[in-house]
Design a protein around this ligand. Structure first.
Ligand code: ADP
Ligand code: MG
Length: 717
């Protein structure tokens, strides 16, 4: 064992792995009893709070009204009692700093009593409502200097507190907003909440125009589909690149990739299935409505999607999904990779954010019904989305820009960097009619005859799906498909809510007080189509022709984060965020700085890894292999045997090539200053080193190759 390579040892250990012991039993612990059991839910509050307190909390959650002062003490006490009864010793304000991650600061419930023995301290309303983590280590993008460290967390009543379990104890977690001492948002939640408030206000204006009297709060809804990879932990630890960068920086393509398309929706492997049951159980406990699970396109790639919820809750839950996936994978000897492109040459991972808006009184406002051409209210909302997406396409592109997502967008598996909308046949047709003067028909859904008597006739949707569009209408919602798998969905949601609020505001302005409402609607929708219809594209977003056509239509094609990020601070973007009170100019500028820094930090780590792995692992191996080949050739010659020097020459050439590639990388790395340098100089230099190493992988003896191969990482489980 001792002189076995880490790679060989990993394979041996995986092969010897015993099948899973059951860790989940949905018969003994039914989903009904499990669901929400670790949350301080409305049901629990109803049981434990005074009726008037409960009523206020419910109002705040459902109607967005302010929580009356003085109620927090009672809620805090009930929350603490529940948590302590569940073994909690600590509570934590959980917040979402601009790194995209989740942060938490734990405080114990316990204070020493006067008698010198530990007693439970009171958990006061004040402590529930407000926390003060030392915020100096979180990026503020210049909002605060490091010596002005004050940051506050503020309880978000609308997202239930929950308990996180560990083998050794439990912690009460309280979702919060995170702001600086000067009041600027330092997180992703605060602007999301503000954008939802803005959207509610404008959406209600439209509903009023349509004569609704009883209008409940309109909420943005979100249902994020999460794609991820699973690799065996043993391989992960033998790959410094996966460990530190989350993606493989080297690796020749495996002989078999995803070309058979046999993984997509395939039978889920036993080990992964055991993991998925446990993931679902853990999510159920947290009140997260996990719904679908399946194999994805690439080998080793999977997907999970919960049922949609209010955007704020969905965003918090999405962060928890990522945490649970990682934690649970570990229990199964696996590592969950959330990077957008962990493996070159096969599909990357996205997070499709399904998004709509609706209210308990009016339902889903993006539901077209069977005859959309007659559904003027729906057309107004859909038209507003078209205007918003066209007007702020570059902003949307900027909200999904990251070092990781750059490797995915625009490849022939993910939506292109050009933001366009897919409407589907039915809706595209209705909007074309509007443009031509007025809509009078809707293409009808038919039935699908399969042609086997014993099989049922199926109702057929009015339009097909389009998987190549970054922003697709999918029947009763839009799906922003270009979001990266590792990102917080709060940024894209904040942008979508804000720009839709802006468009609804614009449309409401045209419709309010109109003498003939129908005429006014037709006029404003026609105007939207004339001005913004260019953003609608129902064809193949992966095709070359689309790139050319998009350019002709004047649509932006911001290929990299370096091209896209500046859109965050474009004058019209600052204006719209300020107008609706979502983000100030200072906040936007700080976000821009932070995203640039994040980008640079990521590529910086990768560049160091590439140089280090190439220099310390691959070069010595390749050089000594070349030497041993040379020795062999010399011996053969000495023995008078004819021999070929082809392999020796190839390897020797690659060894010196590698030396110069590394030197080149180090030189451009040393002089990189701004995002563009990292994108256009450092990344290509890294790719050059990789190409040489990957070629060597195909020439060096397999038993000395130090890095687990693509074949091993993707197929051995
Ligand atoms: P797909 O077929 O696109 O893979 P999935 O079933 O995996 O679809 O995911 C679709 C997601 O869209 C789910 O999270 C679902 O709850 C969500 N969704 C459905 N209706 C809405 C809505 N009105 N608003 C937001 N999301 C929605
Ligand atoms: Mg899906």
């Amino acid at each position: 064992m001792s002189n076995m390579s880490a790679r060989a040892a990993a394979i041996a250990a995986i092969a010897a792995r015993k099948s899973e012991r059951a860790s989940v039993n949905f018969v003994e612990e039914t989903p009904e009893t499990v669901f929400g059991s670790n949350t301080f839910s409305l049901a629990l509050m109803k049981e434990t709070l005074k009726p008037e307190t409960y009523k206020s909390i419910e109002q705040t959650i459902l109607e967005g009204s302010k929580l009356p002062e003085g109620m927090a003490d009672e809620v805090a006490e009930a929350m603490k009692n529940w948590a302590v009864s569940r073994g909690a010793t600590h509570f934590a304000h959980v917040f979402y700093p601009l790194t995209g991650a989740t942060a938490e600061k734990h405080d114990s419930f316990y204070d020493p009593g006067k008698d010198g023995r530990t007693t439970i301290s009171k958990f006061k309303g004040k402590t529930l409502i407000q926390g003060e983590p030392d915020a100096s280590s979180f990026p503020s993008g210049g909002i605060r200097a490091t010596h002005t460290a004050r940051g506050y967390t503020a309880w978000d009543v609308t997202s239930p507190a929950y308990i996180v379990e560990n083998a050794n104890g439990t912690t009460l977690c309280i979702p919060t907003s995170f702001v600086s001492w000067t009041g600027e948002a330092l997180d992703t939640k605060t602007p999301l909440l503000k954008s939802m408030q803005a959207l509610d206000k404008q959406a209600r204006r439209i509903l009023k125009i349509f004569g609704h009297k009883d209008i409940a709060r309109v909420t943005a809804t979100a249902g994020p589909e999460q794609e991820y990879f699973l690799v065996d932990k043993m391989f992960y630890y033998a790959r410094p690149d996966l460990l530190s960068a989350g993606r493989s920086l080297f690796g020749a393509a495996a002989p078999k990739g995803q070309e058979f398309e046999d993984h997509y929706f395939g039978i889920i492997p036993e080990r992964v299935m055991a993991f998925m049951y446990e993931v679902d159980r853990e999510l159920f406990k947290l009140g997260i409505p996990a719904k679908t699970r399946h194999n994805e396109v690439a080998p080793g790639q999977f997907e999970i999607a919960p049922l949609f919820e209010s955007a704020n809750l969905a965003s918090d839950h999405q962060q928890m999904v990522m945490t649970v996936l990682k934690k649970t994978a570990d229990n199964h000897g696996l590592v969950c990779l959330l990077h957008e492109k962990p493996f070159a040459g096969i599909n990357g991972s996205g997070k499709h954010v399904n998004w709509s808006l609706g209210s308990p009184t009016q339902g889903n406002l993006l539901d077209p019904g069977d005859t959309p051409h007659e559904n003027a209210q729906f057309l107004v909302f859909a038209g507003a989305v078209i205007r918003a997406v066209d007007k702020f396409a570059s902003l949307l592109r900027a909200t999904i820009a990251s070092a990781g997502n750059d490797h995915r967008l625009g490849a022939n598996e993910a939506p292109p960097a050009i933001i366009s909308i897919y409407l589907g046949d039915q809706l595209a047709d209705v909007f074309e009619q509007i443009k031509a003067g007025g809509a009078t028909t809707s293409k009808q859904r038919g039935t699908l005859q399969i042609g086997v008597d014993t099989l049922p006739e199926l109702p057929k949707d009015a339009g097909d799906r389009n998987r190549t569009s970054p922003f697709a209408f999918t029947g009763n919602r839009f799906e922003f498909r270009a979001v990266g798998s590792n990102m917080s969905i709060a940024g894209p949601l904040t942008a979508m809510n804000t720009i839709l609020a802006d468009s609804l505001d614009y449309v409401a302005g045209k419709l309010e007080g109109a003498a003939d409402l129908n005429k006014a609607i037709q006029a404003v929708l026609k105007e939207i189509m004339d001005k913004h219809g260019r953003v609608i594209f129902n064809g193949n977003g992966y095709s070359e022709e689309w790139h050319a056509e998009a350019a002709e239509r004047g649509l932006a094609n911001l290929k990299t984060a370096a091209d896209a990020l500046p859109a965050l601070i474009a004058p019209e973007v600052i204006e719209v965020f300020e107008k609706y009170g979502v983000l100030s100019e200072t906040e936007l500028k700080s976000r821009y700085v932070i995203l640039c820094e994040q980008y640079e930090k990521h590529v910086n780590v990768e560049a160091k890894l590439v140089a280090e792995i190439a220099q310390t692992k691959i070069f010595p191996l390749a050089a000594s292999y070349a030497a041993s080949l040379a020795e062999g050739v010399a011996k053969m010659k000495a023995a008078g045997v004819a021999t070929s020097t082809a392999t020796l020459e190839k390897v020797a050439a690659l060894v010196s090539q590698l030396e110069s590639d590394i030197a080149m990388l180090q030189s451009v790395h040393g002089s990189a200053h701004e995002v563009g340098d990292w994108t256009f100089k450092v990344l290509p230099a890294m790719a050059k080193v990789r190409a040489t190493v990957d070629e060597l992988e195909g020439l060096l003896p397999d038993d000395i190759w130090p890095l687990p191969t693509y074949q091993e990482m993707l197929f051995i489980k």
